[in-house]
Design a protein. Structure first.
Length: 202
């Protein structure tokens, strides 16, 4: 799929948006970003990430879990969905119709908790994790507007670092549905281009 020129990148304390972004997106995303940052600082989420980091998982174990996850290991999936952190993510996503998903990850990009679900267990090679975790430096990252196959909606991902005592220990990704931008003609054109691209590549 070709590169869509709606790339937003936020590096605290300033938010930098592409010139292609409609002007009102800044205000919409600022409020969403604040909500996600508050969620990332929740004690339950921080504690859950710390606990998984303490397991010192190696990549072979992570890949084994990823393979089981992709093959539909429902017991493993529901453990994350129904964990204390998973319930917090569910509660957050369900506060408004604007959120599509939330993914809590450890320092290696492995899932700690999810809602409603992901297609894979390991997110460590995904841009939203790589940019958000930023090799342990941590920053807030706004990814391209895209079609998410796992949730089947067009969305913008907001990534914020999960921190403990000012150390970045993981990352939290929350999808914001494109409905937030649907009343803008330029956003509609982006969606149209994404759909055309998808049809041409299938």
């Amino acid at each position: 799929m070709k590169n869509i020129v709606v790339v937003f990148l936020m590096m605290l304390p300033l938010v930098v948006f592409s010139e292609e972004a409609p002007s009102y997106m800044s205000d919409i995303l600022r409020s969403r970003i604040k909500d996600v940052q508050v969620l990332a600082s929740n004690e339950v989420l921080v504690r859950s990430v710390e606990a998984q980091n303490a397991e010192h998982l190696d990549m072979s174990e992570i890949m084994k879990r990823d393979d089981a996850w992709r093959k539909g290991d429902s017991e493993f999936f529901f453990q994350q969905l129904q964990s204390e952190a998973g319930k917090k993510l569910k509660e957050f996503v369900n506060t408004t119709s604007m959120y599509s998903e939330s993914i809590l990850m450890d320092s290696l990009g492995a899932n700690v908790a999810v809602f409603p679900g992901t297609s894979d267990y390991w997110q460590g090679d995904e841009a939203n994790f790589v940019e958000t975790y930023d090799n342990g430096l941590g920053k807030t990252f706004i990814e391209n507007l895209k079609y998410d196959e796992s949730t089947r909606v067009f969305s913008v991902d907001i990534g914020v670092p999960v921190k403990s005592e000012n150390r970045t220990i993981g990352a939290l990704i929350v999808g914001v549905k494109w409905k937030d931008f649907a009343h803008d003609e330029r956003a509609k054109h982006i969606i149209f281009d994404l759909v055309i691209d998808a049809l041409q590549t299938n």
